[in-house]
Design a protein around this ligand. Structure first.
Ligand SMILES: *Cc1c(COP(=O)(O)O)cnc(C)c1O
Length: 397
């Protein structure tokens, strides 16, 4: 347990409600107003001169920054325990802008195989076009990680916990391998959130989030974030200004609003997911449960040491064929069938048809995306209701 961050939690509810808002209260407004503007004006040409010469720090154009966005960024940086944070128009924009900012032609990246499908596609298809090679290694295999490192490896990218099998990476081990090879470590911590895990405390260089998921938390926005030390973040900020994937002011407002209740929601979702995982384990009709909070999970020990909670997603293989799995999904009454996770509404996903439909069946099965795999993202509904609903649906198997 000694790896666990102190109980003076960076990600407390007090911070979630108040951080980043000091000096706010424009027009005596309690909540952060939405600065719905594309550009900013200068009182006179002397003010322009002050700005371009660096004598005054201020905003000039909306692609480079916005007051509402900056408050959201400050709030998130404090929750993550980072110097600074940047917000993007999507999680993928955060991933792609960060990697384009860190890599150049001739460099090499290492990425874990059990990862968000579009991140994998970006590396495999787009980085390759720019002469940047990527090696995929099995999540949790540190020997393979070490042997994948090359002279020109600049970045190791991993998720923890991973999607959809909830593998947990030992962050200190990943950092040690990368450091020994002078590479930086980028962790997509979307599934963990800053409540459950703060990768920077383990020596990780940059943390990425799809804020679409738990941070926004209401299934009503698309946004992404990067957090870390000032020099690295500021370099990525320049790339964001060029690539243009900045969050818009209204979305930044929704994110601020979502973050205020995020530690509350996350505590509930951690609890409910653990209860659901325990209910499912060993149940007739359920072949295997993937949840890092279960003692049976291969990475439970690492998860216990490095996380404060195990997250709101439970994946499981049913003891059924494709038709049986579909019947189970259709029988569930509370969760919606869909592609996202982390919001107040429970969402159930069938990865093999919803996220991996363009992949050959044999290739899918080889990476564990079986026809009978279900990914359940618990919302904030009552755990007893969700479990009773699952119990009823299991009767079809
Ligand atoms: C959803 C997700 C992304 C992509 O985020 P968007 O906001 O949808 O662009 C990246 N990584 C993980 C782990 C995700 O779950």
């Amino acid at each position: 347990m000694d790896k666990k961050p102190s109980s003076d939690s960076a990600c407390s509810s007090t911070r979630a409600v108040h951080a980043g808002e000091n000096g706010g209260h424009w027009g005596h407004s309690l909540t952060v107003p939405i600065a719905q503007t594309s550009t900013y004006v200068f009182e006179n040409t002397a003010a322009v001169d002050d700005f371009v010469s660096g004598r005054s720090a201020r905003l000039d154009y909306g692609r480079y920054g916005n007051p509402t966005q900056q408050i959201a960024e400050r709030k998130l940086a404090e929750l993550e325990g980072a110097d600074s944070a940047l917000l993007f128009s999507s999680g993928m924009s955060a991933v792609t802008t960060t990697l384009l900012g860190m890599l150049s032609s001739g460099y090499h990246a290492v990425i874990t195989d059990d990862c968000y499908r579009k991140t994998a596609q970006f590396c495999e298809q787009m980085l390759k076009k720019f002469g940047i090679a990527t090696t995929f290694v099995p999540a949790g295999d540190y020997g393979r990680l070490e042997s994948a490192m090359q002279e020109n490896t600049r970045v190791v990218i991993a998720e923890s916990p991973t999607n959809p099998h909830l593998n947990v990476m030992d962050l200190e081990k990943v950092v040690a391998v990368a450091r020994a090879n002078r590479a930086k470590v980028v962790i997509d911590s979307t599934f963990a959130t800053p409540v459950n895990q703060r990768p920077l405390e383990f020596g990780v260089d940059l943390v990425i989030h799809s804020a679409t998921k738990y941070l926004g938390g209401h299934n009503d926005l698309i946004a992404g974030a990067v957090a870390g030390p000032e020099p690295l973040v500021s370099a990525i900020k320049d790339y964001r200004g060029i690539l243009g994937g900045v969050i818009d002011p209204h979305c930044a407002y929704l994110l601020i609003r979502g973050i205020k209740t995020f530690p509350l929601r996350m505590a509930r979702q951690n609890e409910t997911a653990l209860a659901l995982a325990r209910f499912l384990e060993g149940r007739p009709g359920v072949r295997q449960v993937y949840y890092p909070g279960l003692e049976s999970h291969p990475h439970h020990r690492v998860a216990r040491e490095q996380m404060n909670g195990y997250g709101g997603v439970v994946s499981f293989d049913l003891d059924a064929d494709l038709a049986g799995t579909m019947a189970f999904l259709d029988r569930l009454e509370i969760p919606c069938i869909g592609a996202s996770l982390g919001g107040v509404e429970s969402i159930v996903s069938h990865p093999s048809t919803i996220s991996y439909y363009e992949m050959e069946r044999e290739d899918r099965i080889a990476i564990g995306i079986s026809d009978e795999l279900v990914r359940y993202s618990v919302g904030v509904e009552d755990a007893e209701d969700l479990i009773r609903d699952v119990e009823r649906a299991l009767e079809v198997i």
